[in-house]
Design a protein around this ligand. Structure first.
Ligand SMILES: C[S@@+](CC[C@H](N)C(=O)[O-])C[C@H]1O[C@@H](n2cnc3c(N)ncnc32)[C@H](O)[C@@H]1O
Length: 285
């Protein structure tokens, strides 16, 4: 396992530059090729979580959200829809161009968002703001030292506030190990179905192009064993955080297969590294 807190300066630079390159190449097609952007199963999970967090505060109370690695706006847009104010931070100019074009289309959101083109560490060093909610969707696995970054973030979350992580690869040691043969057999069915159905969602040339590009260090999960929810909990506990809610799910290309595997036939769900993701909400007392 690549332990956090051990990345050298050279490794950090490489992770940042590979990330920039990857998202520069893929920003234009990001929303089309990434299932979590359009898959109704994952979108509903996120929407439910976002509503729960935003509406935990009185309507007149500030609901300032810091969406780190906001990209093309998956969470940013949903937080704005729920009435929060959002600071979106991302180092990729190309991803932020896509986000800005979405934000500018909705006059009602004007004045409720700010977009910062910065790397997360640089942003935290230069901005002393406090937030009721800090979120990251599919970002922790891109960071050199996610535990260190999350600990630094924890200090910026107001009492009663939330830290939200979603679409992070579950750690190898934190998945259900199943010896139940039927589950192994079942795991073949969603994968096959997904492949068949993918073509109804995405042009196959686009998918091949995407797969060819998506092989850099940046997206090959620097943390080869996944992201540890329990390590995060331990690191946050001294700052007054407790895990309020969490679950794992298998990520799939199509909504139908996601519902089938994670909801309708969840008893047979087979957890596998880099297929099984988690969502988690920590709350500060
Ligand atoms: C997989 S995308 C996720 C985007 C969005 N949150 C979502 O749910 O679709 C990862 C995003 O994190 C950004 N990113 C990765 N490492 C970063 C860092 N150290 N500082 C700022 N942004 C970073 C990338 O530019 C990219 O937009």
């Amino acid at each position: 396992m690549k332990a956090t807190g051990t990345a050298s300066a050279a490794e950090r630079d490489r992770i940042l530059s590979d990330n920039l390159q990857l998202h520069r190449m893929t920003a234009r097609v990001y929303d089309t090729v990434h299932p979590h952007m359009r898959n109704s199963f994952e979108q509903r999970l996120q929407t439910k979580d976002i509503r729960r967090m935003v509406h935990a505060f009185a309507a007149e109370a500030p609901r300032r959200v810091l969406d780190l690695g906001c990209g093309t706006g998956n969470l940013t847009v949903q937080f704005l829809e729920e009435g929060a104010t959002v600071d979106g931070v991302d180092m990729s100019a190309e991803m932020l161009d896509v986000l800005r074009s979405k934000l500018e289309r909705v006059p009602a959101w004007r004045g409720r968002y700010r977009v910062h083109q910065r790397d997360i560490e640089g942003f935290l060093a230069s901005n002393a703001g406090e937030f009721e909610i800090v979120s990251m969707s599919s970002v922790a696995h891109h960071l050199a030292d996610y535990l260190e970054t999350l600990e630094a973030l924890a200090q910026r979350i107001t009492p009663g506030g939330f830290l939200y992580l979603v679409h992070e690869p579950a750690h190898r040691t934190e998945m259900t190990r199943s010896s139940f043969a039927l589950r192994r057999v079942w795991s073949i069915i969603p994968r096959g179905l997904d492949r068949l159905l993918r073509h109804t969602r995405m042009d196959s040339t686009l998918h091949r192009e995407w797969e060819a590009q998506d092989t850099t260090f940046a997206d090959f999960h620097y943390h080869r064993d996944g992201i540890s929810m329990s390590a995060i909990s331990q690191r946050l506990m001294p700052h007054g955080f407790g895990l309020a809610e969490a679950s794992r799910y298998n990520a799939h290309e199509t909504s139908l297969v996601s519902w089938l595997d994670n909801h309708w036939c969840s008893r047979f769900r087979y957890e596998q590294f880099q297929r099984t993701y988690f969502r988690a909400i920590w709350r500060r007392v």
